[in-house]
Design a protein around this ligand. Structure first.
Ligand SMILES: Nc1ncnc2c1ncn2[C@@H]1O[C@H](COP(=O)(O)OP(=O)(O)OP(=O)(O)O)[C@@H](O)[C@H]1O
Length: 258
């Protein structure tokens, strides 16, 4: 079942300096529970596209459709480069922030928070403050807080880019595993080809000025069935990496020649 569809999305920014065609004619659809990535050079419109999907920006043209049940109060969750945890609250309090703001902290919600924190390997630090945790642990806490609100769609904007390589690989596995377990539909924005292949069902390569879909790559089933870390070791991963690398390289040359 299609969960998210973008139909001929175009966005122009108008400012005193002039007008920028940020993205043009982007159409795609994402199946429920699938993971897609937008990969592309700086300025190709990744953030604009994510803001449009999030409903923070109304596109100049086109429509975004998200499948929604009448009972779905909170459809969209975020995982960003920064974790935005409140430093004066413990990890457990941060994870319970949504229910706390809504005045709906119950024993059941506390139990759920604990369960998520356990699954994400943070059980031993629930009473710690964010400053006492590593960057990777803080990102995991941010994910737990997002999952607590039970979003149907997750938007991930370079969530691992501030982490060291080893932590990033571990977190890719954990996030991928957790999102599959919770059957979330996810959209990742990244500059990192390996990350896009390792985590996604489909990778959309965007070209810049204006941002358009240059090419779509379906990640083969045998790679999708592996964890991101295992996928990275597979020979076919390297082949796909090379193909996408060449595509991006060519787009960059074309863009520089313009
Ligand atoms: N508020 C704005 N006003 C005017 N132009 C903008 C605005 N935001 C983005 N742009 C322009 O729109 C284009 C797409 O920008 P966007 O930030 O979506 O790209 P991006 O792919 O996310 O870039 P990066 O990878 O550097 O974050 C760029 O040319 C950018 O300069």
């Amino acid at each position: 079942m299609t969960f998210l569809s973008l139909d001929q999305i175009t966005h122009h920014y108008f400012s005193k300096q002039g007008f920028t065609k940020a993205i043009e004619d982007i159409s795609l659809s994402v199946e429920e529970g699938h993971f897609i990535s937008f990969l592309g050079p700086s300025g190709c419109g990744k953030t604009t596209l994510l803001s449009i999907i999030a409903g923070l920006l109304t596109p100049t043209e086109g429509t975004v459709t998200i499948q929604q049940q009448p009972s779905d109060h909170n459809n969209i969750g975020y995982m960003l480069q920064q974790d935005y945890l409140f430093p004066w609250k413990t990890i457990q309090e941060n994870v319970l922030l949504g229910p706390h703001i809504q005045g709906t902290v119950t024993e059941m919600k506390k139990e759920k928070a604990l369960q998520i924190l356990k699954e994400i390997g943070l059980e031993s630090v629930i009473s710690s403050y964010p400053s006492q945790l590593s960057g990777g642990m803080r990102q995991r806490a941010a994910l737990a807080r997002t999952l607590m609100t039970d979003p149907k769609l997750l938007l991930l904007d370079e969530p691992f880019s501030a982490l060291d390589y080893q932590t990033k690989l571990k977190l890719e596995n954990l996030v991928s595993d957790t999102l599959k377990q919770y059957k979330k539909t996810s959209v990742l924005v990244t500059h990192d080809i390996g990350e896009a292949i390792a985590m996604s069902d489909t990778v959309y390569v965007l070209k810049a000025r204006p941002g358009r879909i240059a090419k779509t790559f379906q990640v083969p089933d045998h790679l999708r069935n592996l964890t991101p870390f295992e996928a990275r070791q597979h020979a076919d991963f390297n082949d796909l990496f090379q193909t996408i690398w060449k595509e991006l390289d060519q787009l960059e040359s074309e863009s520089n020649a313009r």
